[in-house]
Design a protein around this ligand. Structure first.
Ligand SMILES: Cc1cc2nc3c(=O)[nH]c(=O)nc-3n(C[C@H](O)[C@H](O)[C@H](O)COP(=O)(O)O)c2cc1C
Length: 416
């Protein structure tokens, strides 16, 4: 076994010596991203760029991935009933979310350990969103710390919080987000325990990645990713290591610590606790039922994010787009409703807006862009989605996001 590992290590070193320097790597990132014209093409480029287990970590869902697919398929199954002879030379994509004007109705979804795909991680995605006139939501498990993101990216981001057992750490995170000027707290409620991510189990994939022979072999075939990751490893939860002294030096203990923090007994009282801790706008993420949405608003939520965690938690849970209308009907007059899950095309955004979402959060589409081409790739993913959204609205006879309502959807596809 040790001979096996040392042979791999020698080959890896040889490949790394031939890996491009930083400036050339950036140029090839730009070229690779520019060649992609759809999110699906960015996904394919991402798959070629990062080791299989890392790709699967981002791409995969829970168990049989029924919900992961349903998020995409249920959006595709809705049909648009376009209005004709309603043309306009200008399409206004702007909207407001919790009183803040956005140039586009797209917000960055929180994703943990984003730096594993590319060391630029959250910074690349947040910068791309800022340039597009929107903003990012930093995960509790982000590979960029609360303070670094606030320092490096103009405009307030949102901060996503898990209601972990260790209230000392949770309070510390909330206070740091407040001190760093984050605009809203997003409390994720759909992870009382981690869902069963079977691709990760089959790949023996943990966080941070353990150097298994398979990952070594995979890394050899992905020398650009390996060189970048060795040069600038960002494979840990940066906001947590800063308070958990010692865990940075011992990543395995960090993983154990995080896994032990998800609270199977998490309850509405915990949401009320978070509400009391955070004076600004608060959104609850992971709601799929009208009665839960009502309860969250009664507990003081300003916004609801209809979401099934991108199909990574309860498999066979209802798709986000199917759950959206009932939540909008229940609380739309009292709170803002957003949604995420399955956004891969501009038409997906049109359909979510038509079903009453104020804006969509985007997860994997931005991750594919990041993995395919760092900053240029994240920017490309947004350019693609925004361009497709503009075209879809123009072809549907809407000159503004504000024009989109349920009447834009074919009624026969609404009643499935
Ligand atoms: C790799 C990955 C990591 C994620 N990590 C988090 C997280 O730390 N916190 C959270 O609230 N949601 C997390 N999510 C869920 C996203 O915020 C979002 O709900 C989901 O990605 C939306 O679906 P989409 O990827 O189809 O756009 C993660 C999703 C992915 C793909």
């Amino acid at each position: 076994m040790s001979l096996f590992v040392s042979l791999f290590a020698r080959q890896l070193l040889r490949d790394l010596q031939q890996a491009p320097g930083r400036a050339r790597a950036r140029r090839t990132d730009v070229g690779r991203a520019a060649r992609c014209g759809t999110v699906a093409e960015l996904r394919a480029a991402a798959r070629r760029e990062v080791p299989g287990a890392v790709f699967d970590f981002a791409d995969g869902g829970a168990e049989d991935e029924v919900t992961l697919r349903a998020n995409v398929d249920d959006l595709a199954a809705l049909r648009i009933a376009p209005r004709m002879l309603a043309g306009s030379a200008e399409i206004d994509l702007s909207t407001t979310v919790l009183g803040r004007r956005l140039a586009v109705p797209l917000i960055g979804a929180p994703t943990g350990l984003t730096g594993m795909l590319h060391p630029r991680g959250e910074l690349a995605i947040a910068r791309a969103l800022d340039r597009a006139g929107s903003f990012y939501t930093l995960s509790t498990l982000g590979s960029t710390s609360i303070e670094e993101l606030a320092r490096e990216v103009p405009g307030p981001s949102w901060f996503q919080l898990y209601l972990w057992r260790d209230r000392g750490i949770v309070r510390d995170l909330v206070q740091r987000a407040q001190a760093s000027g984050y605009g809203a707290l997003v409390v994720t409620v759909d992870v009382p325990r981690l869902g069963s991510r079977e691709r990760d189990r089959r790949n023996s994939f943990g966080v941070p990645p353990r150097l298994t022979p398979r990952l070594l072999a995979d890394s050899l075939r992905r020398p650009r990713w390996t060189a970048r990751t060795l040069r600038d490893p960002r494979v840990t939860a940066a906001s947590i290591t800063t308070v958990r002294q010692g865990t940075a030096a011992d990543p395995a203990s960090l993983v154990n610590y995080i896994n032990g923090q998800f609270d199977p007994a998490v309850s509405w009282a915990d949401l009320a606790w978070a509400r009391a801790e955070w004076p600004g706008p608060l959104l609850v993420k992971g709601i799929l039922r009208a009665d839960d949405a009502r309860r969250a608003v009664d507990e003081g939520a300003d916004g609801i994010i209809v979401s099934n965690h991108g199909g990574r938690q309860l498999d066979t849970a209802v798709s986000a787009i199917a759950a959206l209308p009932a939540v909008v009907d229940e609380v739309g007059a009292d709170a803002e409703v957003l949604m995420d899950g399955g956004i891969r095309r501009g038409t997906d955004v049109v359909k979510a807006l038509a079903q009453g979402a104020r804006a969509c959060l985007v997860g994997r589409a931005l991750l594919y862009g990041l993995a395919a081409g760092g900053d240029a790739g994240a920017e490309r993913a947004l350019t693609i989605l925004v361009g497709e959204l503009r075209l879809a609205l123009a072809l549907a006879g809407c000159d503004a996001v504000a024009d989109v309502d349920r009447s834009l959807l074919d009624a026969t596809t609404l009643r499935r």
